[in-house]
Design a protein around this ligand. Structure first.
Ligand code: DX5
Ligand code: ZN
Length: 212
């Protein structure tokens, strides 16, 4: 299924509640929530209290993208505050298999995320275990960057690897997605599309229709 996951990093935080209602009304199914620790990535965003508050007001599926060192330290907290899917970076974890299993034991979906410099091959051992692979199409840390088209090649490789094993895994792309390049991402094999600036800058309803 084709899913759109608006990234609230690009939202106007003064109007966050209304903007989330708007994306929901326009048909987005997921909410992409970027958590940054100022260490794994240079920037700091927001954390559990914000997610917990949003959880009380919307039924959207929460796709939490952890850009934090040693994500295994906080899985319980993110599960408790309302994540439905926890995406953690393969580069940030010492125990990838254990982290996926722990997320599952908390009753949540587990995604492994790779940065632009990480090869598609790195996810090979986990395709049977994870629910999703999130392929970053920009260097993580900031919204509003330009898509690195070479990353879509990794989407293609992972999609065909999964298909050759009969796996229907979700593949998400994140970073620099616009109405002009979303077709390329889908054609490469991505079925979950993150978009921040392309959703929240301008008219949200029109933007979402353009990305559909
Ligand atoms: C980048 C974040 C992205 C970002 C996407 O580190 O993981 O989710 O918010 O924003 P756009 O779509 O503006 O590139
Ligand atoms: Zn993200």
């Amino acid at each position: 299924m084709n899913i759109l996951a608006p990234s609230i990093l690009a939202a106007d935080f003064w109007q966050l509640g209304e903007q989330i209602q708007e994306v929901e009304k326009a048909g987005a199914q997921y909410l992409h929530i970027d958590v940054m620790d100022g260490s794994f990535v240079p920037s700091i965003s927001f954390g559990m209290p914000v997610i917990q508050t949003l959880r009380r007001h919307t039924g959207l599926f929460f796709d939490v993208h952890l850009m934090i060192e040693k994500p295994e330290r906080y899985l319980q907290e993110f599960a408790d505050c309302g994540a439905d899917l926890i995406n953690f970076h393969l580069e940030a974890s010492d125990d990838i298999r254990g982290t996926i299993e722990r997320i599952h034991s908390l009753g949540k979906k587990a995604g492994i995320t790779i940065k632009p410099a990480t090869a598609a091959d790195a996810v090979r051992p986990y395709l049977e275990l994870a629910d999703m692979v999130l392929v970053m199409t920009v260097e993580p840390g900031f919204g509003g960057q330009k898509l690195m088209p070479e990353c879509l090649e990794k989407v293609r490789v992972i999609r065909s690897l999964a298909a050759s094993r009969g796996l229907d895994i979700d593949i998400e792309v994140d970073g620099g997605i616009t109405a002009d390049n979303v077709g390329l991402a889908r054609e490469a094999g991505a079925n979950v599309i993150v978009a921040g600036s392309a959703v929240f800058k301008g008219n949200i309803g029109e933007n979402i229709r353009a990305l559909a």
